[in-house]
Design a protein around this ligand. Structure first.
Ligand code: HEC
Length: 137
């Protein structure tokens, strides 16, 4: 009796696992669903945006001082994006030292230390950083 129960439970488990796996591959009508479609369109929307994130977290070292929501050493990305949207200003110009600070001018000297990196970047890289930061609400 116990054995029957055990094999029944085993069957249920195996069945639920396999049926779960099937769901991913077929839709409600049993047609195969390509999992790739959703993610690949998302990432291919804007290669510049992805590049911006890569620079922000990598070569640009921005992430060391700028977090998404909270102020650490520098203002949060969201705060900067909000002000830059309100003033219709350009982050790409700011990090190329073409325009002055509008978010926190008192702390400007700290930000300025990073211009050695951003000014050595290409205009496209600075634009990518701007796109990435401005993509935050
Ligand atoms: C050493 C810390 C530090 C690093 C690294 C850093 N920042 Fe900043 N950043 C600051 C501080 C502090 C401020 C506030 C002063 C200011 O507003 O200029 C600031 C302000 C800013 C502002 C708002 C400027 C304004 O108008 O006031 C932008 C845009 C910005 N940073 C972008 C970047 C980008 C892009 C990077 C990476 C390439 C970066 N920061 C790296 C410290 C840093």
């Amino acid at each position: 009796m116990k054995l029957i129960l055990k094999s029944f439970v085993f069957f249920i488990i195996v069945f639920s696992i396999t049926s779960c796996g099937e769901k991913k591959e077929t839709d409600a009508y049993g047609n195969p669903v390509e999992e790739k479609t959703e993610t690949s369109t998302k990432t291919s929307v804007d290669p510049l945006l992805a590049k911006g994130q890569e620079l922000f977290e990598g070569k640009g070292t921005c992430i060391a001082c700028h977090k998404t929501d909270v102020k650490v050493i520098g203002p949060s990305i969201k705060e900067i994006a909000k002000i830059y949207k309100e003033k219709n200003a350009s982050i790409a110009s700011f990090i190329n030292e073409e325009t002055g600070p509008i978010v926190d001018p008192i702390q400007y000297e700290t930000m300025k230390t990073n211009f050695a990196i951003t000014k050595a970047m290409t205009a496209e890289e600075r634009k990518a950083l701007e796109m990435y930061m401005m993509s935050f609400e």
